[in-house]
Write a new protein. Sequence first.
Length: 189
Amino acid sequence: MVSPDIFILASGAEIALIAAAAAATVSAAGSLSAASAQSKAARFNAKVADQNAAAARKQAEADAARQQRLIDRQLAKRRTAFGASGTTLEGSPLDLLEDVAAEGQLDVLGIRQQGLAQAREFNISASQSRARGRAARSQGFFQAGSTLLSGVSSFASGFDKLPKDAFLKGGGRKTGTNQKAGTTNWEVE
């Protein structure tokens, strides 16, 4: 069994190795944390864009309905005016009413189309935000992995330069050598 007192006071090189390993771990955690924050912000922005798209569609329908009511009132006023003047709704008066109705329908369709175009822009923005969130998350994982691998590599190359018993109290006791693997086995006293 290994007791907690097996580690002796470490030398400068040993402390540097431990600090490098700790720094790599903290840096990797920072990368993951930053990626998580960016991903959350992107999801929030996407949600807002989705809400804006729904609001744009709703507003366009309300504006189109208001425009339709305005056109209906104009047509009703014109019919009433024609009727009050004794004009029949044939020929030119009827053509005029049909033209007003057609122009009005074009206005209504234009309002709806404009609202749908605005909603489409918000939907695109939402999709882009979601993609940025996924990319940030992936980038964070890759950055954290890269940082950890770099730290492990630095630690391993520095660790190989230390004496084999550098971390053992009293140096431990050599129990044998594995010639095939080129390693030495140590037993902690």
